[in-house]
Write a protein that binds this ligand. Sequence first.
Ligand code: SF4
Ligand code: SF4
Length: 375
Amino acid sequence: MQTFPKKINLLHNLSKGFFSYNFPFLFSNQLPERVLIALTYQCNSRCIMCNIWKMKPKNELTFDEWEFMVSDPLFSNIKALDITGGESTLTADFSKKIELFLQKMPKIQTMTIVSNGFSTKLIIKRVKEVLKLLEPRGITLNVSISVDGTAKMHESIRRIPRAFEKVKNTIFELKKLNLTHPNLSISVGSLIMHQNIDYVDKITSWLEKNDIKYGLQIVGYHDTYVRNLDTEESTDFNRSDKPKLIKLLAKLSKPTSWRDVRAYYWRDLLAMYRDGKRRTTPCPFLHDQLAIDSLGNVYNCFSSPAIGNIRDGKTPSELYLSEKNQLERKRMWSTACVKCNSGCSASEATAKDFKSYFYFRLTGKPYYGLKNLLK
Ligand code: SF4
Ligand code: SF4
């Protein structure tokens, strides 16, 4: 149950979001409110659909370089901090860096750590360290653990011995920690691909039986960040998978309540995969979110090429707010976004945009714009 001030804050964020998403020209050069940080490219997994684990990075940003990056005024309005990797908890001075981010981004209200969940002890240690920093500031922490299958299925996708036992152990340890740390929440992210399309019910039943919040994501392919184009042939849905995928998307497209804004994203994916339509789900990366990584790159989003690198002499503001990049951000909706299936923060963006979701609840269809309606 949300407290009254939290509800006021949520309403304020949603109404402000509504205007900035629907009338962006009134908010030109608005500072981002959310940042996704790939804290390291080190990874102790060997996933079949991602090539990050092969990178073995040697020249990641030093603490001073991180300080240079996040001291930029571009980060002064950040309210949501999302930490990913690689496996971010492998970073040696993890909590020191988080403390730096909290100092330089004083408006943070929520933080998320995405983890593969394999090193239980280390993850619990990191989460405890971070909670110590967040609790006095009243910041909530969500830890999202990746689980792509139960038992041998997860092991065959992640290629780590006893993968499922390891993540299960981490999840249950986090749940124990949650008993004494109410500002901690735990969720699971499951990536659906050719290998596990037949196992979705099995995964979700296990999660529901264990009272674990979860979100599904459909596998995507990019020549940046995960650099996984070469895995498409072996992990993408084949002809016989497609009807199963369509059935799954149709099921997820049925909203369970008015608060189920995620249903819009699934309905949109259904139109993309079944009818060859373009994406219409609003994306925060075109409005109020950006991404940065441990090599110094600044991105509009991890599905598009880096805008530039701070080691080449420009500040994050100079890169992100440049006229050239602002034009590129406007262009992306008609280029990179058309076929993008990313569900990253899509629910938050859909809630802020509101009109697409409202239209969907009235008609059951995705919203393709006013021009299309008037045709
Ligand atoms: S998906 Fe995550 S855990 Fe798997 S290799 Fe990529 S970064 Fe590592
Ligand atoms: S390419 Fe995808 S993740 Fe990037 S802004 Fe477009 S929809 Fe969002």
